[in-house]
Design a protein around this ligand. Structure first.
Ligand code: HEC
Ligand code: HEC
Length: 154
């Protein structure tokens, strides 16, 4: 028993020196956490959800538009889809919300169904609310218009 415990302690000691050795000096790993693995970073404050009704631009044509209103406590389950009470084809005349586009009626073979395809039922799988959160990392994404603009210049 004592011998086993000693061996276990030995193995642990070896492992831990091995690990800290691996992360020595310059060998720091770039991470979204903003801190090394061993330290607990302070999480950034959660972004505030915008409820402005102002649509943001889409970065590319196939991008699911972001949601320009709050969706807190909107139920989406087997019984009810709160989003569809405004966005379904039948509801839009009254709600004045934009109708889900035709792609939401297509099955995976591209056939149009009479109602929303099950693939598009859980709206927040693709659509997210807009928040005032800051970018976690800088990026140099370019809109296709600027890519084409640059190509013409060359
Ligand atoms: C009470 C009605 C209502 C409900 C419920 C609702 N919406 Fe909306 N939605 C709107 C209206 C109206 C707009 C148009 C912009 C605005 O006025 O905010 C809109 C805009 C949007 C847009 C932007 C569309 C575009 O072309 O840019 C998306 C995406 C969207 N809603 C998704 C959702 C999702 C997902 C849910 C459920 C989680 C939901 N909405 C629930 C009324 C509603
Ligand atoms: C699998 C991803 C996905 C799911 C799930 C999904 N959408 Fe979309 N949605 C998109 C994409 C991509 C677009 C933009 C291209 C298009 O119209 O198909 C879009 C566009 C829209 C638009 C804008 C339509 C327009 O003509 O401007 C609305 C409104 C919308 N979705 C609402 C919803 C609602 C409500 C649900 C849930 C019932 C839902 N979406 C589920 C991906 C999705």
């Amino acid at each position: 028993m004592i011998r086993k415990t000693l061996i276990a302690i030995g193995v642990l000691a070896l492992l831990s020196t091995g690990m800290s050795g691996g992360l020595a000096a310059e060998e720091k790993i770039a991470t979204l956490r903003g801190a090394e693995m061993q330290t607990l970073p302070v999480p950034p404050a959660m972004g505030k959800v915008e409820n402005t009704d102002l649509r943001r631009g889409r970065a590319y044509p196939e991008q699911p538009p972001t949601i320009p209103h709050k969706i807190r406590d909107y139920q989406i389950d087997k019984r009810l889809n709160k989003c569809l009470t405004c966005h379904s084809r039948a509801a839009t005349a009254e709600s004045q919300a934009p109708m889900v586009s035709v792609t939401h009626f297509m099955d995976r073979e591209g056939q149009f169904l009479a109602s929303i395809s099950p693939r598009r039922y859980f709206c927040n799988q693709c659509h997210v609310v807009q928040t005032d959160a800051k970018l976690l990392l800088k990026n140099d994404f370019q809109d296709v218009d600027s890519v084409l603009g640059n190509a013409k210049k060359n």
